[in-house]
Design a protein. Structure first.
Length: 141
């Protein structure tokens, strides 16, 4: 009887964790002064180094979370439309040929929020739960 209740409790806790994870939403963040309208294609071009400026003409500074971070994996897949391995190979080729430098990386979501808040040209992404009033969030569909 105790084992059955324990199993049910663990199952419920696991289901709750999955529901919380599933409700998380990745958002792109920019400096609050940034008034540019950005779609997924513009964001993709910025993070692949195909575009260097925001629609307003301001230089853009894309910032990545570290490889292996769940939000980065989701960003690579949903926005860049590539696996993290494909993105790494893409940047390796550009670096090797001297045609590009990958976006700077920060250690975690808190560092991402701080970096974007400190730089009007910065653009990054985090889980929506990490967003503070120091940055402006743009939902990605």
């Amino acid at each position: 009887m105790f084992k059955t209740k324990l199993k049910k409790g663990l199952f419920a806790a696991g289901l709750l964790a999955v529901c919380q994870f599933a409700s998380a939403e990745m958002v792109v963040i920019v400096h609050p002064s940034n008034s540019d309208a950005l779609g997924s294609k513009e964001i993709q071009r910025l993070f692949l180094g195909k575009e260097k400026k925001l629609p307003s003409g301001t230089n853009a500074t894309p910032i990545n979370l570290p490889n292996g971070d769940a939000t980065r994996t989701e960003f690579d897949s949903k926005v860049l439309e590539r696996s993290s391995t494909q993105v790494a190979a893409y940047w390796s080729k550009l670096v090797f040929t001297g045609k590009g430098v990958p976006p700077k990386e920060v250690a975690n979501a808190a560092a991402m929020v701080a970096a974007v808040a400190a730089d009007p040209s910065a653009i990054g992404y985090v889980d929506s739960s990490a967003v503070t009033g120091a940055v402006k969030a743009i939902s990605i569909n």
